[in-house]
Design a binder for this molecule. Sequence first.
Ligand code: 4AD
Length: 441
Amino acid sequence: MPHISMTEQTIPMIQIKDASKYVGQRVKIGAWLRHKRGSGKMAFLQLRDGSGFFQGVVAKADVPEDVFETAKELKQETSMYVYGVIHEDARSDFGYEIKIDQIEVIGESHDYPITPKEHGTEFLFDERHLYLRHIKPYATLKIRNTIIAATYEFFNKEGFIKLDAPLLTGSAPEGTTELFETDYFGQDAYLSQTGQLYAEAGAMAFSRVFTFGPAFRAEKSKTRRHLNEFWMIEPEMAFFHQEQSLELQERYVAFLIEKVLEENDQELDMLKRDKELLKSYTQLPFPRISYDDAIKLLQDNDFDVEWGVDFGSPEETFLANHFSKPVFVVNFPKAIKAFYMKRHPEREDVVISADLLAPEGYGEIIGGSERDTDYDYLKERIINDGLGVEEYQWYLDLRKYGSVPHSGFGLGLERMVTFVTGEEHIREAIPFPRTMNRLRP
Ligand code: 4AD
């Protein structure tokens, strides 16, 4: 045990994020070394402690020789306690620095693989367990955390309760081709694609619920917007029609953006995200366009699309950019949507659904609909879609005992995070991404 003097015991141990409150005071900080530079007389240590980043300065003339020698020998990602006085430093990105007078090394680090030079994406994700420590993941995942916390805040205020849906299920409501199968004591089981059907049961019990959990899709898509394991927030509301749901969705999305602007100013700067542009997306309402009109608009702009197709990435990008805002595309063809969506009262071929498309190429961030309440119709759809009536009998029951109009939607957390942070690829938006070619770390 290193000897700790009385004075060291009484100096405050602080986090870098709180440095501004300790200007002029001697403090202790537990930190890692990101990198360092220096001369024969000075060592500049770039430090991080998980709460923030800043610089530690060691001046040869001001410290005992062994402290300066230790500073010079430190390797990238060595962990340590540093002691010193906090100063304002207008030149640094972080506004403050610590003038170090003592260093206690805790964990040595040798040959840290992610050196300060440029590295390829595959390499960085092979090293994701270490890459998490770097600026871009740090800023992105802090913003993810704000969005998670803001989601609870928003729905709690709106009178929702969080309902936990199971992750092992016997059903496949979003299509049977994208399932991860597993054996459940001799029965076929699947990793959940959505919590929605359980949320519908919850809405009949608590009126307003949201599920928030991982969703698994065995999609063989290698796009910048697809993960095979992603997190989804799925609110479900009893006595709600489509228009009430859209109004809730836009307020929710605007709230998330406002919260990030409020709480993550520094992280948005680290990621060079245009904050004025983000702010412009909080002006409500978001435009709405019918699927029919969206097809016409696309055709008028030389897209080769026919009524009845689903939109791909170029179409989604065009539509949202056309309005310079998130845009709702409503009432999609029945044939390309899930069995539970409510039929349009005047149109056999469309359902009361809505996708919210984000501008700047971030694609669909929300998919939702009003739910059909007709027992016989749903039963027939389940049979026709080959889903197995027995598996869905409990779901059909909800239409038998006091069914009410209800609506819900699912927001893809990582899609929202990429949109807000301006990240190019969705794998940046989750700590340990699962994509077709990545199961580890
Ligand atoms: O449109 P989806 O498939 O809708 C549902 O799952 C409904 N049960 C939701 C509901 O009404 N309760 O997915 C909803 C959202 C998409 O808009 C997208 O943001 C995200 O989930 N998502 C994905 N995110 C990442 N990777 C994938 N493979 C995704 N698939 C969907």
